[in-house]
Design a protein around this ligand. Structure first.
Ligand SMILES: Cc1cc2nc3c(=O)[nH]c(=O)nc-3n(C[C@H](O)[C@H](O)[C@H](O)COP(=O)(O)OP(=O)(O)OC[C@H]3O[C@@H](n4cnc5c(N)ncnc54)[C@H](O)[C@@H]3O)c2cc1C
Length: 404
């Protein structure tokens, strides 16, 4: 079938959560994904080794019981019982090639004289650097917090809006505080894509969105042409600019203003016996070629340990990256047999971003086009699902024909 009610371009959590809502409302739904797998930045890599196959997360790794909308989807998929707790382990800071505890890096006198500013300083309109360097003290910010904050979006977070980084949400008390699934977060992605009411295809890059009299036509690189009443873009903003250029140039111009950063991710797995490194949740370097390391130690495995390094874009080739990985893990590079790589694209928020999103939403009003993605209201999985839910509510309001 090539005629749908809605076509969703991009199968990350933004696209698939929207597909979940659309199919649930009875819409004939198609998801087209250009890569060979579903999930985008939710990407569990399963190595061809271990029983069961050992996996690591190449993108998102942790979900919290404050992710209410995401948990609703997991509930709908009957997967709540599959959630497992991530084991507790410390983060370490890498300083001059030594792993240090984070509290040991802090100047407590500076922290205590600065922290009372929390009571009266406003976050809104401030950058991460301008706000937090006053809350924790300049010295602590430059020595510790700038690195910790940059590990979150895998890029320097200094110029991010201070209120974009951490959000207060209500927690679901009946759910584990910090969770994943026995085979990684990919399990949720695959379960959504497998729902029979959703047609989802990989290896199918949307090339063009064409506006017809009452509908849209989408051409893909594999030679298909699909038509639908509504189209949703759930790609990075850079891809959106290309796709919207002829159909909605005003929106393309707005998306073109949103900057992105490229993260070069390297994942490795090793037999446990090869490592002497203590059990850790991750490593944050105090200035290095990478922003963070995420460990698989939080879901223990008898045979293997795994580590995902998020490198800065365009700095090191793969050999140099692997040499750095081996140094940090204190092993010989020849022990790095199980290696995988991926490129992640992440939005670079700046103060004033909310005004741009308000403008984008004004341009979207009344149009049969939906925009979702991690560059609108925040990067976390929950932010993405919330955006998809609100876009789908808008569609329902606009059409009136879909039951609320
Ligand atoms: C390293 C890293 C760690 C993270 N850790 C966490 C975490 O622990 N917890 C958390 O909550 N969040 C985390 N996040 C954030 C979160 O994972 C992402 O923000 C979110 O998954 C992005 O989802 P998305 O659907 O908006 O975009 P993406 O996942 O980027 O999906 C966009 C999809 O669109 C596809 N696409 C693009 N162009 C086309 C086209 N023309 N045709 C068809 N398909 C196309 C892409 O191939 C991609 O699959 C992390 C992100 C990164 C990068």
């Amino acid at each position: 079938m090539s005629q749908y009610d809605i076509i969703i371009i991009g199968s990350g959590i933004s696209g698939l959560s929207l597909a979940h809502y659309a199919a649930d409302a009875g819409l004939r739904t198609l998801v087209v994904e250009k890569s060979e797998r579903f999930g985008g930045a939710v990407h569990t890599h399963r190595f061809e080794t271990g029983t069961p196959h050992f996996w690591i997360e190449l993108g998102a790794h942790t979900c919290y019981n404050s992710y209410a909308k995401f948990l609703d989807i997991i509930d709908d998929l009957n997967m709540i019982d599959q959630l497992i707790a991530r084991e507790k382990a410390p983060f370490r800071m890498l300083v001059a090639d030594h792993l240090r505890s984070i509290p040991s890096r802090l100047n407590y006198f500076e922290l205590f004289v600065s922290a009372p500013r929390l009571l009266f300083l406003k976050k809104h309109g401030q950058s991460v650097k301008s706000y937090y360097s006053r809350i924790v003290g300049k010295g602590n910010f430059n020595k510790v917090f700038t690195h910790l904050f940059s590990a979150v979006p895998s890029q320097s977070a200094d110029e991010f809006p201070a209120d974009a980084l951490f959000k207060r949400r209500q927690r679901r008390k009946d759910i584990i505080r910090s969770f994943t699934l026995p085979h990684g977060l990919q399990s949720v992605i695959d379960a959504i894509a497998a729902v029979t009411d959703i047609d989802a295809v990989t290896g199918s890059e949307a090339l063009e969105i064409e506006r017809l009299a009452q509908s849209f036509a989408i051409k893909t690189a594999d030679g298909e042409r699909y038509t639908a009443d509504y189209v949703a873009l759930a790609t990075a903003p850079v891809d959106g600019v290309r796709l919207l250029r002829s159909a909605y140039p005003d929106l393309a111009d707005e998306l073109a203003q949103i900057r992105v950063a490229t993260v070069e991710t390297v994942g490795v797995a090793l037999a446990r016996s090869l490592l002497t490194l203590e059990k850790i949740a991750g490593i944050v370097p105090a200035g290095d070629s990478f922003y963070s390391v995420v460990s698989r130690d939080t879901v223990a495995d008898d045979e293997y340990r795994g580590f995902t390094f998020h490198f800065k874009g365009d700095q090191l080739d793969l050999d140099a990256k692997l040499r750095r990985v081996a140094q940090v893990l204190q092993i010989s590079p020849r022990h790095l047999e199980l290696v995988t790589t991926k490129q992640n694209i992440v939005p670079s928020f700046r103060v004033g971003h909310e005004d741009r999103v308000t403008k984008i939403d004004r341009l979207l009003a009344g149009r049969p086009l939906l925009l979702t993605g991690n560059y609108l209201h925040g990067m976390s999985i929950e932010d993405c699902v919330l955006r998809s839910a609100s876009e789908f509510r808008r569609l329902k309001r606009q059409t009136g024909s879909l039951a609320e």
